[in-house]
Design a protein around this ligand. Structure first.
Ligand code: G1P
Length: 289
């Protein structure tokens, strides 16, 4: 089996951010900042750490592309440049010439459909998908750890993290086979199983390395959970035809699409900083009495 190197990553940023209203009325959820960086920047940096050269954003209707490509108004750019500050979330990231690419998901038909919108740019290569509202903190980053695993086993490798029983109906869930270190064979996948029916506690935390064949499957994919075209349902059809593994990341996950998860991320990352950590820690202590 030849393992094709991973170079491309798809960042679906077309979501409506309904779990984060009213903030998302005026701001795309990917631009919510954790301490001092937008979520999309964490995701792009994580991808770059895993060797990604070609960045593909799938944007949605009414999403302002310039907010994602350029985080500062034109008027302040010269000043920023003069002070050696970053202008966009992509600054300092090694990319293939011509990257990034933007594609448009015309209608919010689901994650599977969003990924499929990138099919022409992905072409006949393996590709990663990173969901920016899942913030992953670890050294090395999630993508780098996952790429190392992919370079050994090839095929499809997706994130696999344990959650509480009460949470399994919120996510894509893995039916696990044999486990070897951080890799687990995937025997089946189900999107948002009804409470009490989940085959395991292993959820898919929005990190994927997939073979291009999944795009052909997505082409004819019927609507699934929540009436949406689900990536999980299309991936499930690759099992048995291609190697398919779950990878358990050594690090911390924060669900920043959720208000409590977002606050936790801000607190944890602030406390870990040398500059503001001590002040925030002292404040948190008084707050908690
Ligand atoms: C999506 C995926 C799901 C995955 C989750 C991770 O769900 O469909 O399989 O576990 O992201 O955050 P969504 O959060 O869009 O409902």
């Amino acid at each position: 089996m030849t393992i094709k190197p991973l170079r491309k990553a798809v960042f679906p940023v077309a979501g409506l951010g309904t779990r984060f209203l009213p903030a998302t009325k005026s701001m795309p959820k990917e631009m919510l900042t954790v301490v001092d960086k937008p979520l999309i920047q964490y995701a792009v940096e994580e991808g770059a750490g895993g060797g990604i050269e070609q960045i593909i954003f799938v944007t949605g209707r009414g999403k302002v592309r310039s907010r994602i490509i350029s985080t500062s108004p034109t008027s302040s750019r010269a000043t920023m440049r003069a002070r050696g500050k970053s202008l966009t979330v992509l600054d300092g990231i090694r990319q293939k010439p011509g990257s990034p690419v933007y594609v448009r998901q015309q209608e919010p038909l689901g994650l599977g459909h969003a990924v499929w919108c990138a099919r022409d740019i992905v072409g006949d290569e393996p590709f990663a998908v990173l969901l920016p509202d899942e913030l992953m903190v670890g050294k090395p980053g999630f993508m780098k750890q996952m790429v190392e695993a992919y370079n050994k086993v090839g095929g499809n490798v997706i994130g696999a993290l344990e959650v509480a029983d009460s949470e399994t109906d919120k996510y894509g869930i893995i039916s696990p086979g044999a486990t070897d270190g951080r890799l687990t064979e995937v025997t089946a996948l189900i999107e948002k199983p009804a409470k009490g029916t989940s085959p395991s506690n292993l959820m898919i935390p929005g990190r994927y390395i997939l073979q291009p064949e999944v795009m052909r499957i997505l082409e004819g994919q019927e609507k699934g959970a929540g009436g949406e075209i689900q990536l999980t349902d299309a991936m499930a059809q690759l099992i048995g035809n291609q190697p398919f593994h779950g990878f358990t990341f050594d690090g911390q996950r924060y669900d920043c699409g959720d208000k409590a998860g977002y606050i936790q991320a801000n607190l944890a990352l602030a406390l870990a900083r040398d500059d503001i950590g001590p002040v925030v820690r002292a404040f948190a202590k008084t707050l908690l009495g």
